[in-house]
Design a protein around this ligand. Structure first.
Ligand code: ATP
Ligand code: MG
Length: 425
């Protein structure tokens, strides 16, 4: 057989790393519960037109990053992001008909055929949420503040918060024309991609990572002068609420994001640049007030965000002490294995994490393994103990040992662990 390897840009997460993932995921789930969000799970595969219509035909994602295929005559795509599927589910299940405000969170794999680098993969995980039915700006400020708290909870305390307003469709159309006119004069200085974008989607040029484009947009007109009065007021109130919450932020008039569905509020949080380098955008989000209607639903405003889980894990970078078991049951020969299996099961019935070593290896090898797994107690079953109906209890932390009647072993171990350290993976 040839050497089979994981698909490029798609990673294994081995148990040695999973403790750090759990820490981030648990902090996120806790935050979501505190703010009244409930978990939603939508399919990994959606009809391709869902993404073309919401994310936008002329975005990088739709133009070149989707894993799309045809199956039995249906055009399908591995989801590149979570909002479109959530909005589809919201419309499909007429959630608007049962509640005026909906708060959903999700976590799951996303797929984009990008060039892999640190913090950028082809299968990656996002933590995200959608808040539907509230036009903001209070909801917007609360979401941004919530995310700053969440980042703090996982140890990212230096996050930079960028906010912008893209305005409603009306503001955007006016700005689009002004920007296109300005960049038309610089056509020759733009990257090939951006020359094409001039006619398809000039706003995307602001988000280009090509240095030529970044240079060309430096003097471009800002969006804010094109905002309608209502858009301007929305953005003013968002900033006022953030000030009231004491959430630090910077207004970045050139902030646009890689998806076309955004309206009004847009935000991004960067952090842990020392660990992530240029790919230090931890999360991004914004308002998408027209998506639900565009998908055939009612006129329901909404705001959401998505965070890159791998980037959060790298950014939070906290050593998690991984202990895989508490009690290690070590029979010193085939004769003790049956007793060891019973002991192990009885310990687990009392809620004690227990590992039975039935390999038939030496005491030394078994104790080495017990230490490697982070066990606090070893229960040794040698010939003498077996004959006497006893067990030898070795406290690996306190470095003590004693011999106990076997029927007392479970209670003694459980008591000792309760009084001692509590471990989780
Ligand atoms: P970027 O500018 O970094 O490409 P984006 O604008 O494509 O990000 P979104 O689509 O809004 O980002 O996704 C939200 C978050 O998901 C990003 O801030 C990032 O943390 C993460 N993310 C996006 N693409 C990837 C990827 N290919 N691999 C890992 N994480 C990703
Ligand atoms: Mg991207």
């Amino acid at each position: 057989m040839t050497n089979l390897r994981a698909v490029k840009g798609m990673n294994d997460v081995l148990p040695a790393e999973i403790g750090r993932w759990h820490r981030v995921e648990e902090a996120f789930a806790r935050t979501m519960t505190l703010y009244g969000y409930r978990e939603v799970r939508t399919p990994l595969v959606e009809p391709t037109p869902l993404f073309v219509r919401t994310v936008g035909e002329t975005t990088d994602i739709v133009e070149k990053e989707m894993y799309s295929f045809e199956h039995r005559g249906e055009a399908l795509t591995l989801r590149p992001e979570g909002t479109a599927g959530a909005a589809r589910a919201y419309v499909e299940h007429n959630v608007h008909g049962v509640e005026p405000v909906t708060k959903w969170w999700y976590r799951g794999a996303m797929f984009r055929a990008e060039r892999p680098q640190r913090g950028r993969y082809r299968q990656f995980y996002q933590l995200g949420a959608e808040h539907l039915g509230d036009p903001g700006p209070g909801a917007d400020a609360e979401m941004i503040d919530m995310l700053v708290s969440f980042l703090g909870a996982i140890g990212v305390r230096d996050a930079r918060v960028l906010v912008n307003s893209l305005g409603s469709g009306e503001s955007r159309a006016a700005y689009r024309a002004a920007l296109a006119a300005y960049l038309e004069g610089k056509r020759g200085a733009l990257s090939e991609d951006s020359q094409r974008r001039l006619s398809t989607n000039p706003l995307r040029i602001l988000d280009s990572k090509d240095p030529r484009d970044q240079e060309a947009v430096r003097g471009a007109p800002g969006l804010h002068e094109h905002l309608t009065d209502a858009d301007r007021e929305h953005f003013r109130l968002l900033r006022a609420h953030l000030d009231e919450l004491g959430t630090p932020y910077t207004v970045d008039e050139r902030l646009v994001r890689g998806l076309d569905y955004y309206t009004r509020t847009l935000f991004e949080m960067k952090g842990a640049t020392d660990k992530l380098g240029a790919g230090d955008t931890l999360l991004g989000g914004g308002r998408y007030d027209t998506m639900v209607r565009d998908l055939g639903g009612p006129d329901v405003p909404a705001i959401g965000f998505a965070a890159g889980l791998e980037r959060l894990v790298i950014a939070s970078d906290v050593e998690v002490r991984a202990s895989a078991t508490d009690a290690y049951v070590a029979p010193l020969g085939a004769a003790g294995v049956g007793v060891a299996l019973v002991l192990g099961r009885d310990l687990r019935r009392q809620g004690v994490r227990a590992e039975v070593d039935a390999r038939g290896s030496s005491l030394k090898a078994q104790l080495r393994r017990a230490n490697a797994l982070g066990a606090r107690i070893a229960l040794i079953l040698g010939d003498e103990e077996l004959a006497a109906g006893a067990v030898q209890l070795k406290d690996l932390d306190a470095r003590t040992q004693e011999t106990l009647p076997r029927e007392q072993a479970v209670r003694v171990v459980a008591d000792r662990l309760r009084g001692g350290r509590v471990e989780s993976t």
